[in-house]
Design a protein around this ligand. Structure first.
Ligand SMILES: Cc1cc2nc3c(=O)[nH]c(=O)nc-3n(C[C@H](O)[C@H](O)[C@H](O)COP(=O)(O)OP(=O)(O)OC[C@H]3O[C@@H](n4cnc5c(N)ncnc54)[C@H](O)[C@@H]3O)c2cc1C
Length: 401
């Protein structure tokens, strides 16, 4: 008897250089705006100057909306509110790219402000109810916690009465957000942050996974593979999930706070927690992808990356292991305004893809926008790749006329 033929998913490997598909959602005007923007943020001098000017303007309460809104804000953010982001959500959905509404407010410390941010995130989670266009919710623990308390808990310092109360409020806010995600059946990401606060965040995330991930992954913890210790942590976590009887949810990222991590370590004369070079970060990221694909019986995965090689690798691993591109245990995610060739070509090939859609008042989103601009000037490869592909599409459209 002939051996049964296995389904072959290799045919669906995406072509990330297909710019026609990648930018079909952008008019020629929007495309040339993106082109100029990536040219500007590709200059580290301009980004440095812009960052200082912005911080100065914010401190003096000088209005900045007139310059930010039509430039970086419209490229990287959905709008000032969920309603204002609707146009973006609908546009992405037409190309089968899902949304992850991300309320961008950082650096708050007062309890009243933290409650306000938690309430806004709760509203964002509720907005996803029965709306298939939304794949996940997301929050940053630093948006709803005083940083000092996260640092103290991570360092294992004993808390006084006031500290214990603050920590209890943080845990309650995290629990409320995860319970709401479970109630509306929209999985939720807990973002990863600086290493000196991450232990507390890990503790909260694991606690919530134990509660909500009994049947499926509702809560996803984030693993930053630019850290030396995180591949081992991912493996331990997988074992813990199995022994404690919950399904693991993980978002894999390389990590966004490299400079800060290195300079803090060197100021303190401590060894840096970050990999010695990009090669090791890439090696661990790809090893983590392999680990996750090999343990899909126990975990669900989202690859949060703009790196073409890693996205390609994940597609290949899925094809090799006969995992259907639309298998709900595997997601790909990028940030709004970045790496459209990856997101839109993945979606077209039938993979599950989502974009973070940050939203919020312009002033609140500035730290996020500065990080995006710095990332694009620091990773010369990334912004020049974006530019190369946008230029290719502009030329293709001209020739088509
Ligand atoms: C959907 C999504 C969600 C995200 N969520 C988080 C989050 O929760 N927490 C978080 O920290 N970040 C998060 N990020 C950002 C992410 O960590 C990266 O900063 C960003 O995506 C760039 O990495 P890359 O894989 O896309 O691509 P690449 O351009 O291939 O990698 C750049 C990254 O490699 C690492 N790197 C660069 N140079 C070196 C070096 N010399 N030595 C060691 N490592 C180096 C750094 O991490 C750098 O950011 C998220 C990104 C996405 C797309």
């Amino acid at each position: 008897m002939a051996a049964p033929t296995q389904p072959d998913h290799r045919h669906s490997l995406p072509d990330f250089s297909n710019t026609e598909q990648a930018y079909a959602h952008l008019s020629s005007g929007e495309l040339s705006k993106s082109f100029w923007l990536f040219r500007l943020v590709g200059s580290s001098t301009l980004v440095r100057l812009g960052k200082h000017a912005m911080q100065w303007a914010l401190a003096l309460r000088i209005p900045v909306g007139w310059i930010i809104r039509p430039t970086v804000y419209s490229q990287f953010c959905g709008g000032e509110s969920i309603d204002e982001s609707e146009e973006t959500v609908a546009k992405l959905a037409t190309s089968k790219v899902h949304t992850i509404l991300d309320y961008s407010a950082e650096g708050k410390e007062l309890e009243s402000e933290l409650d306000k941010t938690a309430h806004e995130i709760l509203t964002a989670i509720r907005a996803t109810r029965n709306d298939e266009r939304h794949a996940f919710g997301v929050f940053k623990v630093t948006g709803i916690a005083p940083t000092a308390i996260l640092e103290a808990v991570s360092a294992g310092k004993p808390l006084d009465e006031h500290g214990s109360k603050e920590w209890e409020s943080v845990a309650n806010r995290v629990a409320a957000l995860c319970s709401e995600a479970a109630a509306v059946q929209t999985p939720i990401f807990i973002d990863a942050e600086e290493s000196w606060m991450q232990l507390a965040i890990d503790e909260l995330a694991e606690q919530q996974m134990r509660i909500h991930n009994q049947q499926e992954a509702i809560v996803y913890q984030t693993i930053q593979l630019y850290r030396l210790d995180r591949l081992a942590y991912l493996k331990d976590l997988t074992a813990r999930a199995e022994s404690q009887g919950f399904r693991l949810g993980v978002k894999l990222v390389r990590g966004a706070y490299m400079e800060k991590e290195r300079s803090r370590a060197s100021e303190r004369g401590a060894p840096s927690p970050i990999q010695p070079s990009k090669i090791e970060t890439d090696r661990d990221y790809d090893a983590a992808l392999r680990w996750c694909v090999d343990h899909l019986d126990r975990l669900s995965l989202c690859a949060g990356s703009h790196n073409e090689a890693s996205n390609e690798l994940l597609c290949q691993l899925m094809a090799e292991r006969q995992i259907n591109p639309s298998d709900r245990r595997v997601w790909f995610a990028q940030l709004l305004g970045m790496s459209d060739p990856i997101s839109f070509n993945l979606a077209r090939a039938g993979y599950n893809v989502a974009k973070y859609v940050p939203y919020g008042p312009i002033r609140e989103t500035i730290p996020y926008l500065i990080r995006r601009a710095e990332e694009n000037s620091a990773t010369a490869g990334q912004s020049s790749r974006e530019l190369e592909l946008i230029r290719k599409e502009v030329l293709r459209r001209k020739q088509e006329k």
